[in-house]
Design a binder for this molecule. Structure first.
Ligand code: 26Q
Length: 815
C-alpha cells in the first residue's frame, strides 16, 4: 500500500506540475499547486480504495445505498489529508516550497451539491460510514452547477452560477464502463411472453445514458474508502448529421437536449415543493441509474434475487428519491420476471425512508398527468401499489373514507410521495426525538397506528472530523492536550473534558482560543466586503438557510429594538455585541430576500452610527457555505437556534456550534431539546412557546398579533421604523410585505404564522440573560467547556451506529 514520505510527496508534486502544466515548483501558481497536491493525495487514496473494495467483496458484506438528491461535501483536500494522517508530511513539504496549506486549500472550489441541512447530513453520514468501517455507496447527481454563489449588492441578494467543474475536479473518477440507460416517456405495450405471462414493454421512449463519476470518501486513519457515486447524463445516440430519416434526427436532437438539461443545475430551494417536470426527471434519472447498478452488482456475485435484502439496503433521504420503490418493483417484475408478491416482499425489505420535515408545503406530490407521461411504466406500478394498499385499508378499517383520504398514495389527481415511501419501506424515521414524536402524533398518525413498528427516531449528528479537527485546530489541540485524541473517532470521550470546566487555567486558555478564532473570522469578514468588528465583543451568530420559520426576522427585530433603546439611552449598560448572519434565500422566495435586505439595511445604519460607540454591529456574511461555516462555528460565542417550536425537524448547525463551545440561545425545537438535555438546561438560554403550544394555537386558528402590536410600544416602534424608511429611505417598500405578514391575515395565511411577535418579549429577555451571563467570564468559559464536554451524543458516528443496528444491519470491516 502506498504511503508517502516527505521526499516522495515532493517528487510527486513536481511530477504532476510537469505533466499537467509543464511547470517547475517555483513557477507554479497556487491553483496549479493545489491541483498537483490533490492528484498526489488521490494516488494514495486509490490504493486504499481498491483494497477496501477487495475486502468488501471477499467478505461479501451488506451495503447501504444512501440515495440523496444532495451531498453538500465541502472541500475535500484538507479533509482527505487529515483522514490519511498526512498533515505533517504535507505541511513540511509545503513549508519547503514556501506556501501554507490553508492558502492552497482556498483554491479548491467548494463542491456545493446541496442546499443545506439535508445535503450536509448526507455528507456527514458518508464520513462516518467510512470511519466506522461500513460498506456504503452514496448515490446522487453530478450537477454541473451546484448551489448558487451569493453576492450582496446594495443589500440585495444576487445569485451567480457556481461553475465548480470549470478547472476540473481532481478527486473524481469517471466510470464509463458502469454506464446504464434510463428511459423516459413513450407508452407501455402489453404482450405475452413464451410462457403466456403478461409482459410490459416501454416503447417509443427517449433515453439518456447515465454515466457515474466516483468520489472517494476516506475514513479517518483506517484505510477504508467508500464511494460517493454521482451520475451525469449523456446522449445515447450521438446524432448523425447525414441522417436522411427526419424522424430519427428529430428524436436524436430531443434526446441530446434531454441529456444536457437533466444534470445542469441543483434546484436552490429547500422548503417548497414546486412540481417542476425537470425536477422529476432528475429524481428518476439518478434513482433508476443507482438501483439498476446496485441490482447488477448484487447479481454478479449472487444467484438468488430473493435474497437481495440480505446484502442491500436503500436509504431514501426524504421523498426526493422515493420513486426507488417503484423502480425496484419494475426491475424485479419486468427484468427478473418475479411475481408481484415476490417483488413486493423484496422491495419492502430493502427500502427505508427518512423524513426531514413536517411542513406541509414541502411535501412532494406530483400531478398524475405530468407523472404518467414522463414515467408511464412507473406510474402503472404506483397505481397497482396504491390499489393493493387501499384494499388492505378497506379490510382493516371497514372502508373508512377518512383513512383513505389521509393514507392513499394517489389522491385528488396527485401522487403523494411520502405515502409511497412509507408504504414501500420497512423503516420510517424522523431526525430528532421531538420531530419523530410529532410525526407519530400528527403528520403521520394514521400510518403510525397502522404500522407502529416501522417508525423510529434517529437523532441527527455531525462529523467532529470536519467541524472540530479540521475547522478549529486550536480547540482540537486544547482538547487533545487534556483528554487525548480518542474523541476524534469516539466523541463520547469528550465527557472527560468536564473536569477542566472549572479549572481557571483551562478557562483562560479556552477564552484565548475563542479570541484567536474571532480574530480569524474578523479578518475574513474584513476581506470579504464586511465591516470592521471587535473580537472582544460577543459574537452572536445565526447561520443557516433563510426561511420564515427559522426566524432570522425575530433576530434582526431584536437588534433594531436594542439599537433604539441605545439611541434613547446612550449610557445604557450593554456588553458590546456583534450580530452575525449568514443565509442564502431560495431564488424565488421574495419575502426571504426582503429579510436579507432588511438585515443589511439595519446593519448599514447601525454600523455607521458613530453615536453608539461601536457597541453593536451587524454583519451579513456573503455566500455562507461549508468552507466558511467551519471558521464561523469556531468563532461563535452564541448560537442562535430560534425556529418556531415544532418547525425545525432537527437542525445540525446547533450541534456544530455546541462542539465549538458556543452557548445555545434557542427554542425547544428539533434537536435543541436534546442539546439542552445533554448539557443541562441551565447551561443554555431557552425561550419562547413550546411545540405543544404552537400546535395548539395552530389547531385553533392562530392568535391575534394586533393585540401585541397595539400594546407593546417597543414592537410598534420598530415595526413603524421598518416601513417608514428609517433603515432604508430608498428601498423600504421591500419591507412592507414583511410588516404585512406579521399583522395582516390575508389570503389563507394566518397573520404572523411563525409567532414572531408572540415570542418577541421572551426572546428579548433571553438575550438580556445572555448579556448578563457574559459579564461573568469565568461562568461563561466554564459553560462553554461544558458544552464541548457534553456534545458526545451529536456525533454522526453515534447516529450511523443507530442506523446500522436498527435499520441497515451492516457488518463492520477492519483492514
Ligand atoms: C423539494 C421539491 C422541489 C425542490 C426542492 C425540494 C427540497 C430540497 C431540499 C426540499 C427540501 C430540501 C431540504 C430540506 C432540509 O434540508 N431539511 C433539513 O434537514 C436537516 C437534516 O435532517 C434537518 O436538520 C433540518 O431541520 C431540516 O430542515
Amino acid at each position: 500500500m502506498k504511503v508517502l514520505n516527505k521526499d516522495e510527496l515532493r517528487h510527486s508534486i513536481e511530477e504532476y506540475l510537469k505533466i499537467l502544466y509543464r511547470k517547475e515548483v517555483s513557477e507554479a501558481s497556487r491553483m496549479q499547486i493545489y491541483q498537483a497536491l490533490s492528484y498526489s493525495i488521490k494516488d494514495v487514496i486509490i490504493d486504499q480504495w481498491m483494497s477496501t473494495h477487495r475486502a468488501f467483496e471477499e467478505k461479501d458484506v451488506k451495503t447501504v445505498y444512501y440515495l440523496s438528491m444532495e451531498f453538500l461535501l465541502g472541500r475535500a483536500l484538507g479533509n482527505n489529508i487529515i483522514s490519511l494522517k498526512l498533515d505533517k508530511v504535507v505541511n513540511t513539504v509545503l513549508e519547503e516550497i514556501g506556501i501554507k496549506l490553508e492558502d492552497i486549500e482556498e483554491e479548491e472550489p467548494d463542491p456545493a451539491l446541496g442546499n443545506g441541512g439535508l445535503g450536509r447530513l448526507a455528507a456527514c453520514f458518508l464520513d462516518s460510514l467510512s470511519t466506522l468501517g461500513y460498506a456504503a455507496v452514496g448515490c446522487g447527481i453530478r450537477y454541473k452547477y451546484g448551489m448558487f454563489k451569493q453576492v450582496i449588492e446594495n443589500g440585495f441578494q444576487i445569485e451567480v452560477p457556481d461553475d465548480w467543474l470549470k478547472n476540473g475536479y481532481p478527486f473524481e473518477m469517471k466510470q464509463d464502463d458502469l454506464s446504464v440507460i434510463v428511459k423516459f416517456g413513450g407508452y407501455v405495450r402489453i404482450t405475452k411472453d413464451e410462457l403466456g405471462r403478461e409482459k410490459y414493454i416501454q416503447e417509443n421512449y427517449s433515453s439518456v445514458r447515465a454515466v457515474p463519476y466516483d468520489l472517494p470518501i476516506v475514513g479517518y486513519g483506517n484505510h477504508i474508502v467508500n464511494t460517493l457515486r454521482i451520475w451525469d447524463a449523456e446522449a445515447t445516440n450521438h446524432f448523425n448529421l447525414d441522417s436522411f430519416d427526419k424522424g430519427d434526427y428529430q428524436k436524436a436532437v430531443e434526446d441530446q437536449n434531454l441529456a444536457r438539461s437533466i444534470c445542469e443545475v441543483l434546484y436552490p430551494n429547500d422548503s417548497h415543493y414546486a412540481g417542476k417536470e425537470l425536477r422529476l426527471k432528475q429524481q428518476y434519472f439518478f434513482v433508476s441509474a443507482s438501483i439498476q447498478r446496485a441490482v447488477l452488482k448484487y447479481m454478479e456475485k449472487h444467484e438468488d434475487i430473493h435474497k437481495l435484502p440480505e446484502k442491500v439496503v436503500f436509504q431514501m433521504n426524504d421523498t426526493h428519491p422515493s420513486v426507488t420503490v417503484a423502480e425496484l418493483m419494475r426491475i424485479l417484475l419486468d427484468d427478473y420476471n418475479l411475481s408481484w408478491e415476490e417483488a413486493w416482499e423484496i422491495t419492502t425489505h430493502s427500502c427505508a425512508y427518512t423524513n426531514h420535515t413536517i411542513m406541509s408545503e414541502a411535501l412532494e406530490k406530483w400531478p398524475i398527468d405530468l407523472f404518467s407521461k414522463l414515467l408511464p411504466r412507473i406510474y402503472q406500478l404506483i397505481e397497482e401499489i396504491n390499489r393493493r394498499f387501499l384494499m388492505n385499508i378497506k379490510v382493516q378499517y371497514n372502508g373508512d373514507p377518512n383513512k383513505i383520504e389521509k393514507m392513499a398514495i394517489i389522491y385528488n389527481g396527485h401522487i403523494r410521495m411520502a405515502n409511497l415511501a412509507i408504504v414501500g419501506s420497512f423503516s420510517v424515521n424522523g431526525v430528532a426525538e421531538l420531530h419523530t414524536d410529532i410525526l407519530k402524533k400528527q403528520q403521520l398518525r394514521d400510518f403510525y397506528e397502522m404500522t407502529p413498528d416501522k417508525f423510529n427516531n434517529k437523532t441527527n449528528g455531525i462529523t467532529q472530523r470536519r467541524f472540530l479537527l479540521h475547522g478549529n485546530p486550536l480547540l482540537s489541540s486544547f482538547v487533545t492536550s487534556r483528554i487525548g485524541d480518542k474523541w476524534i473517532t469516539n466523541l463520547q470521550h469528550m465527557k472527560n473534558l468536564e473536569e477542566f470546566a472549572k479549572d481557571p487555567k483551562s478557562q483562560r486558555e479556552f477564552m484565548e482560543i475563542k479570541y484567536q478564532n474571532k480574530v480569524r473570522l474578523a479578518e475574513y469578514i474584513k476581506l470579504h466586503n464586511g465591516p470592521e468588528i471587535d473580537p472582544n465583543s460577543i459574537f452572536d451568530v445565526q447561520v443557516k438557510r433563510l426561511h420564515e420559520y427559522k426566524r432570522q426576522l425575530l433576530n434582526i427585530m431584536h437588534v433594531m429594538y436594542l439599537y433604539e433603546e441605545l439611541k434613547k439611552n446612550p449610557n445604557m449598560d450593554i456588553v458590546p455585541r456583534t450580530f452575525i448572519f449568514g443565509a442564502k434565500a431560495s431564488a424565488g422566495y421574495h419575502r426571504a430576500k426582503a429579510i436579507i435586505k432588511l438585515i443589511n439595511s439595519v446593519g448599514d445604519v447601525i454600523n455607521n452610527d458613530k453615536s453608539i460607540n461601536n457597541k453593536i454591529k451587524v454583519v451579513f456574511i456573503e455566500n455562507y457555505r461549508v468552507s466558511n461555516a467551519e471558521m464561523i462555528f469556531a468563532a461563535a460565542d452564541v448560537s442562535e437556534q430560534i425556529s418556531t417550536a415544532s418547525k425545525e425537524a432537527s437542525g445540525t448547525g446547533n450541534m456544530k456550534f455546541m462542539l465549538n463551545g458556543a452557548l445555545t440561545l434557542g427554542t425547544l425545537d428539533g434537536a435543541n431539546v436534546e442539546i439542552a438535555e445533554e448539557v443541562g438546561v441551565e447551561n443554555t438560554f431557552i425561550f419562547g412557546l413550546t411545540a405543544d403550544e404552537v400546535i395548539h394555537y395552530e389547531l385553533h386558528g392562530g392568535y391575534n398579533p394586533r393585540e401585541i402590536y397595539d400594546h407593546d410600544m417597543g414592537v410598534q416602534s420598530i415595526m413603524k421604523h421598518m416601513i417608514e424608511g428609517y433603515y432604508d429611505p430608498i428601498n423600504h417598500d421591500a419591507f412592507q410585505d414583511i410588516y404585512n405578514s406579521l399583522l395582516d391575515s390575508y389570503q389563507l395565511d394566518r397573520a404572523d404564522q411563525y409567532f414572531i411577535l408572540k415570542d418577541f418579549r421572551s426572546y428579548v429577555e433571553a438575550q438580556r440573560k445572555v448579556q448578563e451571563a457574559y459579564k461573568d467570564k469565568s461562568w461563561w468559559a466554564k459553560t462553554a467547556i461544558l458544552n464541548v464536554a457534553n456534545c458526545g451524543k451529536f456525533s454522526s458516528d453515534r447516529t450511523i451506529e443507530e442506523y446500522v443496528k436498527d435499520i441497515w444491519k451492516l457488518e463492520k470491516v477492519t483492514l
